[in-house]
Design a protein. Structure first.
Length: 106
């Protein structure tokens, strides 16, 4: 899969898992004393976060992004709803890549 598309998909899934963890699983644990969702969602989120980091590294190396760009995307992944910013950036990169490889754009 294209590194940018992979980063977009994984970033979106990781961001949604983060929101679910923060706004559903953690309140269930602390308010209703139901720890199961945190165990499950926490493990899922952790795996997705690691996959996000690998995808970010792959996209950074393949597209020769500056370290500051990769750092900005990493920091956005740590903020609730930050995945929306990651998605916007990666979508713009995909559009830019598509525009430069479309036949007739010479």
């Amino acid at each position: 899969m294209n590194p940018l598309r992979m980063l977009r998909v994984v970033g979106f899934a990781e961001g949604l898992s983060f929101l679910f963890l923060l706004f559903v699983a953690v309140p269930l644990k602390h308010l209703a004393h139901i720890p199961g969702p945190v165990r499950i969602c926490g493990a899922l989120h952790g795996g997705l976060f690691l996959l996000f980091l690998v995808s970010l590294l792959r996209a950074t190396l393949e597209h020769e992004w500056k370290a500051t760009t990769a750092l900005r995307l990493f920091v956005l992944s740590l903020i609730p709803f930050g995945f929306v910013g990651v998605d916007r950036f990666v979508s713009a990169e995909i559009a830019r890549e598509t525009a430069t490889t479309t036949p007739g754009n010479a």
